[in-house]
Ligand binder design. Structure first.
Ligand SMILES: C[S@@+](CC[C@H](N)C(=O)[O-])C[C@H]1O[C@@H](n2cnc3c(N)ncnc32)[C@H](O)[C@@H]1O
Length: 282
């Protein structure tokens, strides 16, 4: 992992981002790091408004990478009155080091350079009301820690299911769902709009809704541990599309089986409280 190599890339939008050479995946590929982090995670999750109701407000930043999501949160939270704990998880610091070494192009890094250095050295740093913690480990192992506070917000940003499948399985999301505290309303945001991922999150016990569009992508996906947190929950029509879909099978640890969902999984989906009362006649 420490041998991971990156390159700078100019996006169609004209913004600069970075790309991991081994899987050719670009971070924040459409509208660039600052705008995408803000729209997809910070604004959509209403973290500034919601942080006013909790002391402290807890954010899990899964896949710290080059810290665009974390920095967007820190910038947005500059004037909040309550404490915020920002827990960033990654098993490598290679992308963050690359971003620091190229901060003349990845300019969002510049105002936070000293704080990022302190975070990398000491594992934590305080910026205004934000206490930023680095957890340098496999996120899946962090889920079994008893000392981690359950989150109000999860920025879920590993690589794609194709190159990072272990972070997209039903078994993993079931553990993540169990790590939430249901007295603590929590939202999770991600760039995907895949039917298989949405099905996986529902089967893991999340409520799932349509998330904001980003650039050319007309919608993304947002999940929650409370239905009332979702502005546009997936509807019964979506469930009908799953029944007809040729690629809605959840990813499992045993391996990917691309294809339609099996009858047992579909029945579990139909029984999900998000649909149950409305799906009796499906
Ligand atoms: C697309 S990048 C994240 C971009 C980042 N959120 C940002 O704002 O710059 C994906 C990150 O997820 C991390 N990652 C992938 N699998 C992981 C795992 N099992 N545990 C912790 N981090 C993981 C990778 O090391 C990589 O840094």
């Amino acid at each position: 992992m420490s041998s991971e190599r990156f390159e700078l890339i100019t996006l169609k939008s004209g913004h600069t981002s970075l790309r991991l050479l081994s899987n050719r995946e670009t971070f924040h590929p459409v509208i660039g790091p600052e705008a995408e982090a803000r729209a997809l995670h910070v604004v959509q999750q209403r973290i500034v408004e919601r942080s006013q109701d909790y002391q402290p407000f807890i954010i899990w930043d899964v896949g710290l990478g080059a810290a665009a999501n974390a920095v967007a949160a820190i910038d947005a939270l500059a004037d909040v009155r309550n404490d915020v704990e920002l827990h960033s998880f990654d098993h490598t610091l290679a992308p963050l080091r690359f971003a620091c070494d190229h901060s003349e192009h990845l300019v969002y890094i510049q105002p936070h350079r000293a704080a990022i250095d302190e975070l990398m050295q000491k594992g934590q740093v305080k910026i205004g009301r934000v206490h930023w913690y680095l957890h340098r480990a496999d996120f899946r192992d962090s889920l079994s820690r008893s000392d981690l506070p359950a989150p109000h917000a999860i920025f879920y940003d590993p690589y794609s299911a194709t190159s990072n499948p272990e972070m997209w399985t039903l078994e993993h999301f079931t553990k993540l769902r169990q790590a939430l505290d249901d007295t603590r309303p929590c939202l999770l945001t991600n760039y995907t709009r895949s039917t298989a991922v949405r099905s996986t999150w529902l089967l893991a016990g999340f409520y799932v809704g349509i998330g904001v569009g980003i650039g050319e992508k007309d919608q993304t996906t947002i999940a929650a541990n409370e239905l009332s947190l979702l502005e546009r929950p997936l509807s019964l029509d979506w469930l009908k599309q799953v029944a007809a879909s040729q690629n809605s099978n959840p990813l499992r640890e045993a391996g990917a089986i691309y294809g339609p969902m099996n009858a047992a999984d579909f029945e579990r989906l139909r029984q999900h409280p998000q649909f149950h009362m409305r799906s009796l006649c499906l």
